[in-house]
Write a protein that binds this ligand. Structure first.
Ligand code: KG4
Ligand code: ZN
Length: 388
């Protein structure tokens, strides 16, 4: 089964062409072409993602990425487009100047690959951003007379833990097979969730953040330390510069941050108190020297990771799960990866290139939902708060 997957839920535009031999487990997957355009720099001056700019940039990026994919792939010419279909596509893409004509002309110029379905993220995410991907996906599915698979972004982060670390374009890989029950820790800029997985496509949310997500805590406190958006990777880099003694320990614990809800008797998280405590500590110690900033970043990372690891361990006890999947942008964090890997569980963490938002994970998630494909003329809506 050949799927074209599109991801536009936040600030990364992703398009991927992949083929999958069957449903999990033991799925064999080949990424035939994969493109990603990051908008991170465009949003930096706003200190976060600016939804209407994200929408405009997705509309600019999608035809560019699509053209790259079409040039790299085997395509077939598309049949003469009836006026009725042209009208539908123009209607779906009417909010984006010239986008409908660009998509139609790409298909007419390069042809399209022979596909079985187009997969697209329908949520959760920024609604205006999601709509761009949905309407482009719809247009492509209509051009090919195939179904569209509405896909959950969080399921994408979850299944990316099954991908092998050496996943490479053009090579066939077998996805890792796991035993159930399993749990998943999903940690991104907008979400911090623990999921119980009884079987494929059978998910139950057993813990979530009551306020800020873990990535948001990294980003907001990192910003107070003067780091650019998204601050998570910069906090991690700064933390690695914290001064250590000869035994490898952090020398001087100038700063101490809370581990919110670490001892609470449930699997929920809360990071807004950590942000407030961090802001106060930074304000009380102005100006921070460079070594102090590094120590602060280290303590922030430790505080967030301690809570994530402790709740994950608690979730495995509560569910009896011996398998852990980990995904989402924050799962790129080295300290988190190391500490989760040390748990007495079978741990499957997203390969780093698939940890952040991308279209490969959407294709992988969609391959388990082939039966849920719908005609592109159906009502397909963005759902910014879609849950697993
Ligand atoms: O999954 P993702 O790419 O987008 C969302 O769906 O939100 O996650 C982005 C988040 C940002 O908050 C970013 O700061 C964080 O992932 N992040 C990290 C690291 N790399 C990305 N946080 C901590 N350490 C990292 N190395
Ligand atoms: Zn994400």
């Amino acid at each position: 089964m050949k799927i074209l997957a599109i991801e536009t839920s936040c600030d990364e535009t992703g398009v991927c062409l992949l083929s999958v031999n069957r449903k999990y487990p033991d799925t064999e997957v080949t990424i035939q072409a994969n493109e990603l355009a990051s908008q991170v720099e465009d949003h930096q001056e706003y200190g976060g993602v600016f939804p209407s700019l994200a929408k405009r940039l997705h509309a600019e990026n999608l035809p560019v990425l699509l053209e790259k994919i079409l040039k790299e792939s085997e395509t077939e010419s598309v049949a003469e487009l009836p006026e009725e279909k042209r009208k539908l596509i123009r209607g779906w893409l009417k909010r984006h100047d010239g986008l409908a004509d660009k998509i139609i002309s790409l298909a007419e110029t390069h042809g399209l690959p022979r596909l079985d379905a187009v997969a697209v993220t329908v949520g959760p995410g920024l609604e205006p951003a999601l709509w761009v991907g949905i309407n482009v996906a719809r247009s492509l599915a209509l051009l090919l007379d195939i179904n569209i698979i509405p896909t959950n972004h969080m399921e994408g982060h979850l299944v990316s833990g099954l991908a092998p670390d050496d996943i490479t374009n053009g090579e066939t890989h077998t996805l890792k097979s796991i035993t159930f029950p399993a749990i998943a820790l999903l940690v991104s800029g907008g979400h911090t969730e623990l999921i119980e997985i009884k079987d494929w496509q059978s998910y139950k949310k057993i813990g979530q953040t009551r306020d800020d997500a873990a990535g948001e805590a990294f980003d907001k406190v990192g910003r107070l330390l003067g780091l650019p958006y998204p601050a998570g990777p910069h906090v991690s880099e700064l933390a690695s510069q914290a001064k250590r003694d000869e035994g490898g320990r952090i020398k001087d614990k100038d700063f101490s941050l809370p581990r919110p809800m670490i001892d609470s008797n449930n699997l929920d998280f809360s990071f807004s108190g950590l942000k407030t405590a961090a802001a106060r500590l930074i304000a009380d110690n102005q100006p921070l020297t460079d070594p102090q900033r590094a120590l602060f970043a280290h303590e922030l990372q430790e505080a967030i990771v301690d809570v994530l690891v402790s709740k994950t361990a608690q979730a495995s006890v509560q569910t009896g799960a011996e398998t852990l999947l980990v995904g989402g942008g924050v799962s790129a964090n080295e300290t988190l990866r190391n500490q989760l890997s040390a748990l007495d569980l079978d741990v499957y963490i997203s390969p780093r290139p698939l940890a952040g938002d991308n279209a490969v994970m959407i294709g992988l998630a969609a391959s388990g939902h082939y039966k849920d494909g719908v005609d592109p003329t159906n009502d397909i809506s963005a759902d910014s708060r879609l849950s697993l």
